[in-house]
Design a protein around this ligand. Structure first.
Ligand SMILES: NC(=O)c1ccc[n+]([C@@H]2O[C@H](COP(=O)([O-])OP(=O)(O)OC[C@H]3O[C@@H](n4cnc5c(N)ncnc54)[C@H](OP(=O)(O)O)[C@@H]3O)[C@@H](O)[C@H]2O)c1
Length: 235
């Protein structure tokens, strides 16, 4: 086992969980977070001896630092948490919007802040923030999602400047067809997106995990907004 510890916020499901599995396979230690301690512990146990779980709700940023006290030195931090949301400007829920904006923009930033004393100040330390292509390519109900994913593009630049030599990058997935959220959509939904993707197939969780590992580990890459969408935007 390596001496590296990777923290995956939102590591109990979807892309975050696949990433945690990949880190374990590479020999890293992994700390995954989810909102419920019991459920997070169970999922961490299923990953093997190198994994542990921490309960964290980043839509309540004041609680974040206290929840992270058990974590030691950190060599990689991936912020992948999301609460699924449907909101349009014509039928706007201020409450839902504030919750999601807080989760992704304040919650991601406060998590970095809270772990700063444990993030080694070297170029080998990587932070990856998850945005999403909905920032440029909205879908029905993505008003808040598009807004916060656009916010991630700005956030990554200021964090990369302030925290250097630690490297900070953002990954913006397109529609990831085999992720739990999209795989559970009714028949016909994914086909609309596939038909607008060059090659006719959507990017996969494995594609996103591979790109995340590149951003985490490549010593030359910082302040990058990387798109993993199989070229969706050119159609
Ligand atoms: N899937 C896609 O196609 C896609 C496309 C574009 C962007 N993205 C971005 O990629 C990232 C991962 O997406 P995904 O689809 O893999 O997610 P997902 O399967 O929905 O998993 C979300 C994760 O976030 C955690 N979480 C939910 N609410 C939270 C909160 N308030 N505080 C802390 N953690 C919370 C969940 O943990 P518990 O439920 O255990 O609490 C879970 O681990 C997200 O940032 C998303 O915006 C995904």
């Amino acid at each position: 086992m390596s001496e590296r510890t990777i923290v995956v916020v939102g590591g109990t499901s979807g892309i975050g969980l696949e990433l945690a599995k990949d880190c374990i396979a590479r020999g890293d230690r992994v700390v995954i977070t989810g909102r419920d301690q019991g459920r997070t512990d169970e999922i961490a146990a299923s990953l093997g001896a190198g994994a542990s779980g921490v309960a964290l709700d980043i839509s309540e940023p004041e609680s974040i630092a206290g929840q992270l006290t058990s974590i030691g030195q950190v060599h990689g931090l991936v912020l992948a948490a999301i609460e699924r949301d449907q909101n349009t400007v014509r039928d706007y829920s201020v409450e839902r919007a504030i919750r999601l904006v807080t989760l992704k923009l304040v919650g991601y930033t406060e998590t970095v802040h809270a772990l700063l004393d444990r993030l080694e100040p070297t170029v080998d330390t990587g932070i990856v923030l998850f945005g999403g292509r909905a920032k440029d390519l909205p879908y029905p109900g993505s008003t808040t999602v598009s807004t916060i994913n656009g916010g991630v593009s700005g956030l990554v630049n200021t964090l990369a400047l302030e925290l250097a030599p630690i490297r900070v990058n953002a990954l913006h997935p397109g529609i990831i067809g085999d992720s739990p959220f999209w795989a559970s959509k009714p028949a016909g939904v994914l086909e609309q997106y596939e038909s607008r993707t060059p090659g006719g197939k959507l990017a996969t969780m494995a594609d996103v995990v591979d790109a995340t590992q590149f951003l985490l580990r490549n010593r030359g890459v910082s302040a990058v907004n990387l798109y993993v969408d199989r070229g969706w935007a050119i159609t």
